[in-house]
Design a binder for this molecule. Structure first.
Ligand SMILES: [Cu+2]
Length: 157
C-alpha cells in the first residue's frame, strides 16, 4: 500500500467513531446539579452553575461554553481586587483529574451575556461545554431562583 493510501485509511477509521468519542467525554466529565439563575424580565445577563468532576485519568480544562440562550457565553470567576469583589473573565477553568470543581454564586460561573430568552423557574437552558482536548459535552440546566450574593454589583468603600 502506498503511504498516502495508508494515511487515508487511517483518517477514515478515525473519523467514523465520532459519536463514540462524544459518549466517552460525557462519561469522563461528570456534571452534577447544573442550574441557571432565574432573572427578572429585562435583565440582560445571568449565569450557570454546576459541579464538574473530571473522571478521566488526564487533567483537563474547560476552555469555552456556548448556549443558544445568550449572545455571548464566557467563563468567569470572582476575585477580590483592592478590597472589592469583582467579576473577571478567565481563559479556562482547570479540571484536575478526579477533583470536583464547583461553579457557584460568588465564585466560578458560566456567564450568559445578552439573554435571548426569559429565564424563569421551570425553564431550562441548553449549554455546551468545550474542553481543552476539543471534546464537547452538552448539559441541560434548569432555571432556578437564586439569591444573587455578589454577582453584578460591586461594593465601594
Ligand atoms: Cu460573570
Amino acid at each position: 500500500m502506498q503511504p498516502l493510501a495508508i494515511l487515508l485509511t487511517l483518517a477514515a477509521g478515525l473519523a467514523l467513531p465520532g459519536a463514540v468519542a462524544a459518549a466517552d467525554a460525557a462519561e469522563g466529565l461528570q456534571i452534577t446539579a447544573p442550574y441557571v439563575r432565574a432573572v427578572p424580565p429585562g435583565q440582560p445577563n445571568s449565569a450557570a452553575f454546576m459541579e464538574l468532576t473530571n473522571r478521566s485519568d488526564a487533567d483537563r480544562a474547560l476552555v469555552a461554553a456556548a448556549s443558544d440562550a445568550a449572545a455571548v457565553v464566557e467563563l468567569h470567576t470572582h476575585r477580590m481586587e483592592d478590597g472589592m469583589m469583582v467579576m473577571r473573565q478567565v481563559a479556562q477553568i482547570d479540571l484536575p483529574a478526579g477533583v470536583p470543581v464547583v461553579l457557584a454564586p460568588g465564585g466560578l460561573h458560566v456567564m450568559l451575556i445578552g439573554l435571548k430568552q426569559q429565564l424563569q423557574p421551570g425553564d431550562a437552558v441548553e449549554l455546551t461545554l468545550v474542553l481543552d482536548d476539543g471534546e464537547q459535552v452538552s448539559v441541560t440546566a434548569p432555571v432556578q431562583a437564586v439569591q444573587p450574593p455578589m454577582h453584578g454589583h460591586q461594593h465601594q468603600h
